[in-house]
Design a protein around this ligand. Sequence first.
Ligand code: 0O2
Ligand code: 0O2
Length: 262
Amino acid sequence: MAMREWKTFLIPYKQAVEELKVKFRSIRTEYRRKNEYSPIEFVTGRVKEISSMLEKANKFDIPLDRIEYEMEDIAGIRIMCQFVDDIQKVVELIRQRNDMEIMYEKDYIANVKVSGYRSYHVVIKYPVNMAQGRVDILAEFQIRTLAMNFWATIEHSLNYKYKHDIPEAIKYKLKGAADSAFQLDQQMLEIKDEIKDAQKLFEVKSNIVSDIMNNILILSSIGKSIESVRYQSQLNKLIEEGEVFELNNLLSATEKTIEMFK
Ligand code: 0O2
Ligand code: 0O2
């Protein structure tokens, strides 16, 4: 394929990566708007480098005109989770969708790779609507925890540095690091519930505070500066250590005052 053809070939893949990033980032946004815990921490995506495609095609003896059918990670989406048990929730989110079709799944968490690599892979068929009509492409999700991602990112960059010939001593250390990452995930899972409660409480409180601030602004804009100053100073006292019920009381007080002056 000439360079120009590569560029055309990659258009639907670029499109797919952009769309899938938006779709899965929106899920996170939706959870947050609803004040719910999101199993998705962040989402990244990339179209495979041409050099990396050629290398892989060589390694697996894929003829260039078969690449689109046999190379499933030209479009790659990575979904990072805080906790190991979020991964299955994300897989479930993918299974439920009707804008993509799952081709197969690879569980490198139950079946850790020899390198120490852990992640859950889901390969999908995804329709892209192009100017000339619908094109179905393959795309790969890699779903992993932050610890798995940390390890994989560094191991991947070492692979580049050593051109896939990592010295045994370093491989050994990477294995040890993979074990540590695994331990870290286990420990985090144990304190997860505690963390989740704290995060949720923070979200709840910051929403009430923002509602109170809105009401204070309304009071000040309708000329009730004495009230607005008074509520502002009450809010300042609660902002650090205030309990949810105290913030809620202040919120209803501001609401009642606004009602009164309407
Ligand atoms: P925010 O507000 O930073 O979370 P684009 O398509 O232009 O939005 P692009 O160029 O594809 O994004 O960027 P990339 O490299 O895929 O990164 C996507 C998002 O992942 C960015 O967030 C990064 O901030 C976020 N990201 C990358 N690494 C980490 C990490 O270690 N922890 C966290 N929490 N986020 C990370 P956004 O979408 O720009 O928004
Ligand atoms: P890129 O674009 O550099 O990320 P394989 O035998 O692993 O080469 P296979 O079986 O077709 O190929 O695919 P697999 O294992 O389902 O997924 C391949 C992708 O998973 C890799 O993409 C990596 O992103 C990731 N991966 C798989 N194994 C490892 C590993 O040991 N370490 C790290 N860091 N990542 C891994 P590529 O091919 O590296 O392309």
